[in-house]
Design a protein. Structure first.
Length: 133
């Protein structure tokens, strides 16, 4: 009589358990990487708006001049993960990138990213890695 070839139930259960362990380790690391990548989009959008306001200040000697009025308006970042806006006076500005949608829930540790005319960023880069990576 010929013996049947194949996998036993125990062997299949071991393979499923190993795959489950690998997924349990890899998925949180993947989610963290996605969150940090989306945060980079918010940082870039806030920095670009701040740079545009600085260029306008160089030309007009004021942040809220008529030529700068369109710069400080609220915009959505390229992939729609952050809403970027600016609070502008004649001599100061604060640009805020607020997380939207899934990013708001995933990135609760950092929340909104802000930068002002002095280059000061919050959350403070010295005490968190929100602006570092």
């Amino acid at each position: 009589m010929k013996r049947l070839q194949g996998f036993t139930l125990i062997e299949l259960m071991i393979v499923v358990a190993v795959i489950a362990i690998l997924v349990a380790i890899a998925y949180p690391a993947y989610k963290d990487q996605v969150t940090r990548t989306r945060r980079a989009e918010g940082k870039a959008a806030a920095t670009q708006m701040a740079a545009a306001l600085e260029r306008c200040y160089t030309i007009n000697n004021a942040y809220n001049a008529a030529a700068c009025a369109g710069i400080g308006g609220a915009t959505i970042s390229e992939n729609k993960h952050y809403s970027v806006s600016a609070a502008v006076t004649a001599t100061t500005f604060t640009v805020t990138a607020a997380p939207q949608g899934a990013q708001a829930a995933d990135d609760s540790a950092c929340g909104s990213l802000t930068v002002n005319q002095l280059g000061q960023k919050t959350p403070n880069p010295a005490s968190s890695d929100c602006w570092k990576r």
